[in-house]
Design a protein around this ligand. Structure first.
Ligand SMILES: Nc1ncnc2c1ncn2[C@@H]1O[C@H](COP(=O)(O)OP(=O)(O)OP(=O)(O)O)[C@@H](O)[C@H]1O
Length: 218
């Protein structure tokens, strides 16, 4: 059984269609990329897959546990990094925080474990967002531009973590805006006119948008 299969997914906002029959399936042990212009519906698709938003119609069939790194970070500003990890440890019913701490270290924000989220920089908040999505070792990870605000080294750290997950048989779906990413995906699809299709890779494929932090630092 594939870890995730999507059949004929539709979503409209106030009568305006955004998804008009999205169909795809994810395979075990792959890095799957989704690109598309601003407003194409990528985040809407991921929010529906993660259960945050209801589809108008269509089916989503899951074959494993899920991790979700949303575009819009949801943290409690009053809680420290460590308190967030403990909270999600309980929510995920994990015995310990070994994996979470390993990820925090690899993403270079170990020194902030005692810092309240409200005092973290944007990039570090995003790192915590990412660790929360990965700390329970899910079968399928859905990530919406997961490295926003990362410096170059941590962008590369992110990719080494993502590739490791894939090599361990996890399934990783990433929404991307970065030209550098294209070759890293095992499969790539473009969301356009409400549907997913194989993209013709041209200079305009990525709509020319690149997060400045990642690109200029490289
Ligand atoms: N809750 C909502 N209510 C009304 N319209 C919405 C809502 N969420 C998204 N939309 C609209 O749906 C369309 C798709 O938005 P979405 O955020 O999914 O696009 P995206 O491809 O992720 O864009 P970006 O690349 O800019 O992140 C946009 O026109 C957006 O304004």
């Amino acid at each position: 059984m594939n870890p995730l299969r999507v059949v004929d997914l539709h979503k409209a906002f106030r009568g305006r269609p955004v998804l008009t029959g999205v169909e795809f399936e994810l395979r075990t042990g792959e890095l799957f990329g989704i690109i598309g212009e601003n407003g194409a519906g990528k985040s809407t698709l991921l929010r529906i897959l993660a259960g945050e938003l209801a589809a108008d119609r269509g089916d989503i069939i899951y074959g494993g546990t899920l991790g979700y790194c949303p575009q819009k970070i949801v943290l409690n500003d009053e809680l420290t990094v460590e308190q967030h990890l403990r909270f999600f440890q309980r929510a995920y019913r994990r015995p310990g925080l070994l994996r979470a701490h390993e990820l925090v270290e690899r993403l270079g924000f170990d020194q902030h474990r005692g810092t309240r989220a409200g005092l973290l920089s944007g990039g570090t908040r995003q790192k915590l967002n990412l660790v929360i999505a990965l700390m329970h070792d899910p079968d399928v990870v859905l990530m919406d531009e997961p490295y926003q605000g990362f410096d170059w080294d941590n962008y590369l750290n992110f990719w080494s973590i993502a590739e490791e997950l894939r090599d361990q048989g996890r399934t990783v779906l990433i929404i991307s805006h970065i030209a550098h990413d294209i070759d890293r995906f095992d499969r790539l699809r473009r969301l356009r006119n409400g549907q997913l299709a194989e993209p013709a890779i041209t200079e305009s494929t990525l709509n020319g948008t690149v997060p400045a932090t990642v690109v200029t630092a490289g």
